[in-house]
Design a protein around this ligand. Structure first.
Ligand SMILES: [Zn+2]
Length: 435
């Protein structure tokens, strides 16, 4: 009876498919009640949400936190603050680190560091192959003992078909999920930086063909027809990849796919300099439309954003020398809401939240996550959905300021983010809740 509880009042809570004037009672473990009026007692702290929207904490299955190994770009502390500032309460951290978390010896200290430094729920991937070297499948069983059930070699594809098939067979045995960056380097020339096409040619930039992604994806999906691995395709960029996933799903393959906010918002002609250089690259109009339609018809399961911080020195290099990637945690939800919900009125808020919270949680096997309802985790964010702000990289919590979206308008301002029923982040220049 003495567990401290919080009662959130004066809130427009997203529950049962819409924003509703509701109150929400929760403790640190679960949402106890959502109703128009809830009585409080002496164990209950009442928090006024100021009439703002209260949305389920977002889930991103594709984030680069850069620590250990690349702390000049981002750390677990700064990256998890960026997540909270963008409304994300659960993020999966990619394992292309130094050292890679490929073994119990490297995973344990990494998990410890996450425990001390992260302000949102950070779940690390293990690698598909040892040290992402593409030679030997990782010992999934050993890492599963530590609670790791998700594996990726993100940053590179698994080049050898033999190694990939052996890895898939081992993954089936352990019932773990593969999240795959597919990229066949036979299709990528040195210095290639943007989508291969007339726009790249006009700028003298070396292009990356769609086949670079689709060829290896098609190979993996062929294997997955025989080996029933739980297969997830990372950051689809090409229309041919969307079709490959659609065909595999029609054949009953246990596959899913994600798309990033930038592939939904940008095309190759929008790339001005290395700030718009990412891997896979943003492609042509027909590709972007295929990604949007693939998301809408369920071929693509959800949105994940490939937050990839780099230093400004790195990103100010020439197109062929700058590293791939842009930051995304603090812009993804706001930009997608602004373009597709507010401006185009093409999506409902519910669709966007399904793709950014509910569906990734389900596919990645997270319990009680991704929705606001009784019994679920009290993970949510309070946001102004009628804001009118310009994206300002200098205001980011992320150490990475590398975004092509500087100056873009956003109708969303995240005010405060709660994890496990506790406020973990509050925007500095707004009033504070939860006092
Ligand atoms: Zn990747």
């Amino acid at each position: 009876m003495n567990t401290p509880r919080t009662l959130l009042i004066n809130a427009r809570i997203f529950t049962n498919g819409g924003l509703q004037n509701m109150q929400m009672l929760f403790d640190e473990n679960e949402i106890l009640k959502i109703a128009p009026k809830i009585e409080s007692d002496e164990n209950t702290t009442v928090v006024d949400a100021g009439g703002m929207a209260v949305l389920p904490g977002l889930v991103d299955t594709h984030v680069h936190l850069r620590e250990p190994g690349f702390e000049a770009k981002e750390t677990i502390a700064t990256g998890s603050r960026a997540a909270a500032a963008g409304g994300f309460t659960t993020i999966f951290a990619m394992p292309n680190l130094r050292p890679c978390p490929s073994s119990v010896q490297t995973m344990n200290p990494y998990l410890e560091k996450i425990k001390t430094d992260a302000i949102v729920r950070v779940i690390p991937f293990g690698t598909i192959t040892d040290d992402e070297a593409g030679k030997t499948p990782t010992d999934y069983h050993a890492l599963k003992e530590l609670g790791i059930r998700w594996f990726s070699d993100d940053g590179v594809g698994v080049a050898s078909g033999d190694v990939m098939q052996a890895a898939m067979k081992a993954a089936v045995k352990e019932d773990v999920l593969f999240s795959c960056h597919t990229e066949d380097m036979n299709y990528r020339a040195p210095g290639a930086s943007v989508h291969e096409g007339p726009y790249a040619k006009a700028h003298g930039w070396i292009g990356i063909t769609s086949a670079c992604e689709t060829a290896q994806l098609a190979r993996d999906l062929e294997y997955a027809r025989e080996i029933p691995v739980r297969y997830h395709a990372d950051h689809l960029s090409a229309k041919e990849s969307v079709q490959a996933i659609r065909d595999a799903k029609a054949d009953g393959v246990d596959c899913s796919a994600e798309v990033t906010a930038h592939h939904l918002l940008l095309e190759d002609k929008d790339v001005e300099n290395a700030m718009g250089k990412m891997n896979p690259p943003v492609r042509e109009h027909a590709d972007r439309m295929a990604l949007i339609e693939g998301l809408e018809d369920g071929t693509i399961d959800f949105i994940a954003n490939d937050h990839a911080p780099h230093t400004m020195e790195e990103k100010s290099r020439s197109m062929d020398k700058a590293p791939f990637g842009i930051v995304a945690l603090e812009t993804a939800f706001g930009l997608l809401y602004t373009e597709f919900v507010d401006r185009q009125k093409r999506w409902s808020l519910g669709q966007l939240l399904d793709w950014m919270a509910k569906k990734p949680a389900i596919r990645f096997g997270l319990e009680r996550t991704g929705e606001l309802k009784e019994g679920y985790r009290p993970d949510f964010f309070i946001a102004d959905l009628d804001a009118n702000i310009a994206i300002d990289p200098d205001s980011f919590e992320s150490m990475g300021k590398n975004t092509p979206f500087a100056g873009w308008n956003s109708r969303v301002q995240v005010r405060q983010t709660w994890v496990n029923g506790t406020p973990v982040w509050t925007r500095k220049d707004t009033c504070e809740y939860g006092r």
